[in-house]
Design a protein around this ligand. Sequence first.
Ligand code: MSP
Length: 530
Amino acid sequence: MSGASPTSPDAKRPRSYYTTPIYYASGEPHLGHAYTTILTDVLARFDRQDGRDVLFLTGTDEHGQKIQDEAAKRGVTPMELCDTMAERFAAAWERLGTSHDRFIRTTEEEHKAVVTAFLQRLWEHDQIYEGTYSGWYCVHDERYWTEKDIGPDRLCPICGREVIRVEERNYFFRMSAWQDALVRHIEENPEWIVPDIRRNEILGFLRQPLGDLSISRPKSRVSWGIELPFDAEHVAYVWVDALINYLTASGAIDPTAEPSAQGFDDVSGSWWPADMHVIGKDILTTHAVYWPTLLLGVGLPLPRQILAHGWWVVGETKMSKSLGNVVDPLALREDFGTDAVRWYLMREMPTGSDASYTPERFLARYDELANVLGNLASRVISMIGKYRDGVVPETAADGLAADAERALESAREAMGRHRVHDAFAAAMDLARTANGYVEERQPWAQAKDPAEADALDETLASLVRALTVLCALFQPVCPSKMEELARRLGLDGVPRLDDSLTVPLAGRSVAKGDPLFPRVDPGWASEGDA
Ligand code: MSP
């Protein structure tokens, strides 16, 4: 499941390196995690469809007090808990059809060695000093807070849980020294943090003086972590350990080499820097402040972009484990299939904003798949069976070519601006246009008139071309259904975006089948039973 990092990228080919956050191995995978992972999967698949080499990384965050406490609560060792939970996450991603190339676990030896080399490098570059920390700590979010942050009730500003008082020897990273460099980087690269609202949030945060970052925990309090190379009585702060996972998986650092040859001065031949860290808006500071300053501290290039998405909410509350009486959209895969859930999550949430989940909206989005895309596929394949013995005819003209090209262009453009919902809206519009074309051309009438034989060929061939383009466009969000559609169209697999416009179609045999997106009536969707 975990495995070593994939081989180094081919320098001559365009490539992208995408990451999800690594999820805490203390709780079960839920909708929030699934959304982040599916969003990243869709971006990764779209790039592969567009002819790029991709490294897509996900995994589990397995050290720290939160994991240590949870294991103690369950009466198992931290490692046993992590083994169980890493399996659960990997199984969840398999069920949701994600195409990650690497599943990293922070308890892997390779990762531990990279973290050790990273900390040693910071130490040697005089980026670390020893001091005393006294303040407040939230175990749930693994974050220190100041008196001001927690207010009179002493509650964590992120999760609202009670914080604990700590006073301990810690090692500190000179984060404050990098404040100006970071602000400059954000100002000079307006697309570095997207969407804009998140960029402004970080710039606002950086208007206050930035403190130094405690990067260690005494073993007397937290023993489940990676030991500091310069003090065996302390372990690395879990966020520092976790963020470095992105570097470990890139293959940039060889911790077994001499310090000068470990790769900190030359990342060529590796996947570093990441092209995009996809995260939720709740973990923006760690990714847009801690991580880049740590990288500056060791002299490594910064990730190219950070995309912070919004939350799935019910009413005012972030959806998580306790969904109460709400239907968990992940459970809907049992009735509607994985691709339908993926479609709903991607199409319904404007990338970057919050969205609220409702069963009614889920059904409306499913109807779109069934009645627009699914229906188009069924009627075209069935007409080719009926009027052309199941073989795609030749044609001199393509009545939908301009629409198909426009849809590809709009989808690419929207993806380039990380507006995943818009990209798929453009794809669905092409399916709608193609259905309109069927009504306009009336192939059933053309079939009755021998003088219209060429016109009928043109109608059917144009529709098969549009379906081929749709197959390529929908593949990132509905991968298994689009594989099935490709098979029914007689294609050798789902074509790449560009190839979908040119792959030869005439003479291929199409195959009928059950509806791609069948009518489903789960109990809760029946009238009067919502
Ligand atoms: N372990 C850290 C990340 C370390 S990355 C170096 C962590 N893990 S987590 O298990 O809490 O998962 C966080 C991810 O789940 C974030 O991207 C977060 O936004 C996402 N979600 C959790 N609940 C969510 C919703 N209700 N809606 C959307 N995503 C939310 O933080």
